[in-house]
Ligand binder design. Structure first.
Ligand SMILES: [Zn+2]
Length: 200
């Protein structure tokens, strides 16, 4: 099986993946973020947890060999290869309110939160169920005093991150809609699924 899918700019998708299967998320053009949320397919109250992951992995910079953990302290995904190496797990998915509060935007603005919940609704997951996303290739820098800054992603065309599912999962994935997170332009992302033995 090789289920390829392009996530169009400023959109999202949701899909199931079984334990042991491989998910590859590729940035075809470079400098594009993808927000990823995970839910236990058999009980969607179990979901990806930033707090548990940062605690158990003892780092805020997650890359190859790290695990993503659930709110019930179970492993959900293992990162088996990450060719870029910079991801964020501090910031919430961008939302309509993000653009209003931080950028004084008026009128509708596409957002990761909207693109996640619209696609996850068919799995019985509602907007308030969506946790802090694992922000693939998002380049959040922090100073010694804790000041945060969002810089353009360092990902180059073709950079990818590869995960191995540790349980049966529902996955939500976006091509992020925030100007500042993506170097000012909106680009697609590509998703591939494989049954085991992915050859790099
Ligand atoms: Zn976003």
């Amino acid at each position: 099986m090789n289920v390829k899918q392009i996530i169009a700019p400023q959109t999202g998708i949701a899909f199931e993946i079984s334990k042991g299967e491989i998910l590859v998320v590729t940035d075809p053009l470079g400098q594009q973020v993808s927000d990823m949320v995970l839910f236990n397919k058999n009980d969607v109250k179990e979901k990806i947890s930033s707090g548990k992951t940062l605690d158990f992995e003892e780092t805020i910079l997650l890359s190859t060999h790290n695990f993503l953990w659930s709110n019930r302290s179970q492993k959900m995904m293992k990162i088996i290869k990450d060719t870029n190496g910079r991801n964020d797990f501090l910031l919430a998915p961008c939302s309509q309110e993000t653009f209003e509060i931080m950028y004084k935007h008026s009128g509708h603005h596409p957002s990761c939160l909207e693109n996640l919940y619209i696609n996850l609704l068919s799995f019985g997951i509602e907007i308030d169920d969506i946790p802090t996303a694992f922000n693939i290739f998002m380049n959040v820098q922090f100073s010694k005093t804790g000041k945060l800054k969002v810089l353009p992603p360092t990902s180059q065309p073709g950079d990818f991150i590869c995960f191995e599912a540790q349980m049966d999962l529902i996955v939500g994935l976006t091509a992020c809609s925030a100007e500042d997170s993506n170097g000012g332009t909106f680009k697609p992302m590509k998703k591939n699924e494989f049954i085991k033995e992915y050859e790099f």
